[in-house]
Design a binder for this molecule. Structure first.
Ligand code: ADE
Ligand code: ZN
Length: 338
């Protein structure tokens, strides 16, 4: 089997599914805890890493929300985002669309402004200093009620021009997209694009609800859609993109073994799948590690890897000229390495 590691490393990529709070590496968690006088229930960085053994999504979310507690000041959000952007650029990520969870901060007394100002300043610094383009997507936490999501949408209005879309994340089981139909309708009426996590741990019906009730333009994960042949045909017909997260899926036991990952079946069914890192600090890898893990386990070809990277740019929310520029770069890259 040829080693596609170097090819993947040099490949121009877009990342469309990354929770910025999920890029908080244990080293930075400790540094920010010290800087802000926050106590953590771990003795060392190694102890934090050792705790990253999850049996399901909720196991992870419990640590993810606890980890966020070190993010207090605007500078913390800036440093977190800048560290992610540097890693992304080092892996040849050209464009990234970042989720953030405002309720994860406002619920513990950190102002919406503090979070968005820090993240936004880093995105601007990243574009100017590192050349990476980006967009920001505000997620609603689905374990909270719709009224809280409505308040969050209201709170975001002074920064409307910084936000390209709204998403839906956190615990999926028992939290159907239908619960957020009204707030998504209002967000769309404000010109925000809609995306939602669906079919990660939840059933295929949640993917359908995300399409029909939330009118999403991208599905985050979407794995369980494969349980419903008619839904798969519809996703292919509608060219609906899926932001697939291989290492997340194995770490959260959504997929038992990478060799059983549905990505190959998604591609065979003509679905517009993309590869993403989700929460790279918690799941053992950024973009290159995700591409490589799934490529090796499924023996994906160089052409399939190029298709996946191309889908990332095609499904991105950047303008058409930027998309064409990145796709041309990808074309040139793959041709030069034939
Ligand atoms: N929040 C952060 N990562 C998540 C995931 N993989 N699923 C749902 N919510 C999340
Ligand atoms: Zn996610």
């Amino acid at each position: 089997m040829t080693d596609l590691g170097p090819f993947i490393a040099g490949l121009p990529k877009a990342e469309l599914h990354i929770h910025i709070e999920g890029s908080l590496e244990p080293e930075m968690m400790f540094a920010l805890a010290r800087r802000n006088g926050v106590s953590l229930p771990y003795a060392s960085v190694e102890a934090v890493r050792a705790a990253y053994s999850f049996s399901n999504l909720q196991d992870f979310l419990d640590l993810y929300y606890q980890g966020m507690s070190v993010l207090i000041h605007e500078q913390d959000f800036h440093d977190l985002t800048m560290a992610y952007l540097r890693r992304a650029v080092a892996q040849n990520v050209r464009h990234t669309e970042i989720f953030f969870d405002p309720q994860g901060h406002t619920e513990r007394g950190i102002a919406f402004k503090t979070a968005i100002d820090g993240i936004w300043r880093a995105l601007r610094d990243g574009e100017r200093e590192l050349g990476i383009t980006s967009a920001l997507i505000m997620c609603f936490l689905r374990h909270l009620d719709e009224a809280s999501a409505e308040r969050t949408l209201d709170e975001s209005m002074p920064w409307r021009d910084r936000i390209v879309g709204v998403g839906l994340d956190s615990s999926e089981k028992g939290q159907p997209p239908s619960k957020f139909q009204r707030v998504f309708a209002r967000a769309r009426s404000l010109g925000l694009l809609a995306v939602a996590h669906a079919g990660e741990e939840g059933p295929a019906d949640y993917v359908k609800q995300a399409l029909d009730l939330l009118q999403v333009v991208r599905i985050d994960h979407g794995n369980s859609a494969l349980d419903d042949a008619a839904l798969v045909a519809r996703l292919a017909r509608e060219k609906m993109s899926l932001t697939v997260c291989p290492l997340s899926n194995t770490r959260l036991c959504v997929v038992k073994d990478m060799a059983e990952h549905p990505l190959r079946r998604m591609l065979q069914a003509g679905l517009m799948a993309t590869v993403n890192s989700d929460d790279p600090a918690y799941f053992g890898g950024y973009m290159n590690e995700n591409f490589l893990a799934v490529q090796q386990a499924l023996d994906l070809s160089r052409e399939e890897i190029v298709t996946l990277a191309g889908n990332g740019f095609r499904a991105a929310f950047c303008d058409e000229a930027t998309k064409r520029r990145y796709l041309a770069e990808l074309d040139a890259y793959s041709l030069s390495r034939r």
